[in-house]
Design a protein around this ligand. Structure first.
Ligand code: AMP
Ligand code: MG
Length: 488
């Protein structure tokens, strides 16, 4: 395994034309320390766990002493924020440190968030707080554990520097990893500043590295856009199926690779509430849970417009029209798995819709319901009390349960086998807000053990982990309606 110093950097993004990024050195913390490191992310970089214990690791990822080959740059982008176009955003508090190429040819961009001022900081201080870096760190690794495309997180570096948000908070830096951090807003920036040649350069760059099968073909740009539509539809279907609300679906937070990107005031549903708004600054509920599919399509239309110098209006429209059917088909497939159904049948949609209404009316805990549904007893006399007791409308549940039972029998489902299948798709553990908050409070007191414990639990969300049973509990009263702000 290579040592830190042997990581192979090949910084292709930094070599794009000058307008794409600005060289900026990070502003390190004076007394940096390691808060937590993800063993899985270390493995992706082919680094031995012992490398993270070296002072050089903290120096490199705390911005004090770059590793050989790193070339920190801040990238430029724009974006529609809450529906309003903001012509210039960019990495205001993050730096692309470089791209690591592993022995298998995989490439990982390393991005340091909270690394200080850049030309794109606008009114911000270039910093991030421990609270928000912990939320992003835990959630990105948890999403990966759930099988949902996401940026990854390598580590958090803490410092004693104070950062001012609504109150004084501890600062921290997060090292994020992704094959690419290019956003819809990166394309929008070059389009709206009147640089079609840069739109083409960026599209060629992304296609060559991430959509190589499209390279050279005559309709490569429209096919590229169609694939982004498809990936985004699939991603949002996965969010809806697991009960995840992103919170700030601005076009600058939309990944061109269809990854979950830029974790802010996100939330997993506890009680099932379709109109759940996790961001307390989102006054009109633009980014409410059940609006995510529509918003994703709206964002894709912005991307389509930014690509109109590369494809025709008709091609853009055709690609956008594929969104809704793709979303519905992915969503139904995921939900069928969650229900333990193997064969698609026409009645599935109404079975699902009735269930969703019942869950919403009874404010039933979403994650626990599906996990428990794996234990549904399909014998004629079974009353399935533990499940039934979760509903307000128990008669409604009984009617639904009878239809579900009939549906299972119709495909010759065997309870034990079905349960095993369902346990592989219905997580036992998700990053509920109260779990994150407990880890944050302890970390703010200097105890990082809960962060590491939670990280390990959430990396295996489908496994029964009896010693961590408490982390599968619904939120306590104080943890039910934690409001999470954009300020991070
Ligand atoms: P976000 O809401 O975190 O996705 O950020 C939106 C934009 O504001 C991005 O361009 C960020 O780089 C920038 N930004 C957010 N927080 C800060 C900060 N504390 N300092 C500088 N820029 C920031
Ligand atoms: Mg952002």
């Amino acid at each position: 395994m290579p040592s830190l110093e042997q990581l192979h950097f090949d910084n292709t993004y930094a070599r794009l034309p000058p307008g794409f990024s600005a060289r900026v050195p990070p502003s390190p913390f004076r007394d940096a320390h390691l808060v937590s490191v993800s063993p899985e992310a270390l493995r992706l970089l082919e680094l031995a766990p012992s490398e993270a214990r070296r002072p050089e690791f903290i120096q490199a990822f705390g911005g004090l002493r770059p590793l050989p080959g790193m070339e920190p740059v801040a990238t430029v982008y724009a974006g529609h924020q809450f529906g309003v176009y903001v012509p210039r955003l960019g990495d205001g508090r993050a730096l692309l440190l470089g791209e690591v190429r592993t022995s298998t040819g995989e490439r990982w961009e390393l991005s340091l968030k909270g690394s200080g001022l850049t030309p794109f900081s606008r009114m911000g201080d270039g910093r991030a707080v421990l609270r928000s870096t912990l939320r992003e760190y835990l959630c990105s690794e948890a999403m990966h554990g759930l099988g949902i495309p996401t940026t990854r997180a390598l580590c958090i570096i803490g410092g004693s520097e104070k950062v001012y948000r609504e109150e004084e908070e501890t600062g921290a830096m997060l090292v994020r990893m992704a094959p690419s951090h290019v956003r819809f807003g990166t394309f929008e920036y070059f389009h709206h500043t009147g640089h079609p040649e840069h739109v083409a350069t960026l599209a060629d760059y992304v296609i060559a590295r991430h959509f190589p099968h499209l390279q050279g073909g005559p309709e490569r740009y429209s096919r590229f856009f169609a694939e982004v539509v498809e990936r985004t539809a699939r991603l949002v279907a996965q969010w809806q199926a697991v009960g995840f609300a992103h919170g700030v679906l601005n076009t600058d937070n939309m990944s061109i690779l269809g990854l979950t990107l830029d974790y802010g005031p996100f939330g997993f549903l506890d009680d099932f509430e379709p109109g759940f708004i996790c961001n307390h600054s989102d006054d009109f509920g633009r980014y409410a849970f059940d609006k995510q599919p529509r918003i994703a399509l709206w964002n894709l239309a912005c991307l389509g417009e930014a690509l109109l110098t590369l494809m025709t209006e008709e091609e853009a429209q055709a690609a956008l029209q594929a969104f809704s059917p793709a979303f519905t088909s992915h969503f139904l497939a995921r939900m069928r798995e969650k229900l333990g159904l193997r064969e698609p049948r026409p009645e599935d949609q109404s079975l699902l819709e009735t269930l969703i209404t019942l869950l919403a009316d009874g404010r039933v805990d979403y994650t626990r319901f599906f996990r428990m549904l794996g234990r549904f007893d399909s014998s004629a006399e079974a009353r399935n009390e533990p499940l039934r007791d979760g509903f307000l409308d128990t008669a409604g549940f009984d009617t639904w349960a009878a239809a579900y039972r009939a549906r299972l029998l119709a495909e010759g489902s065997v309870d034990a086998e079905r349960r095993a299948r369902m346990d592989r798709v219905n997580p036992k553990y998700v990053l509920r807000n109260y779990l994150a908050q407990t880890a944050i409070t302890r970390a703010q007191e200097g105890d990082f053990s809960e962060v590491d414990r939670l990280l390990a639990v959430l990396s295996r969300p489908f496994d029964e982990q009896p010693e961590h049973e408490a982390s599968a509990a619904p939120p306590p009263a104080w943890g039910k309606h934690l409001s999470v702000s954009c300020s991070s």
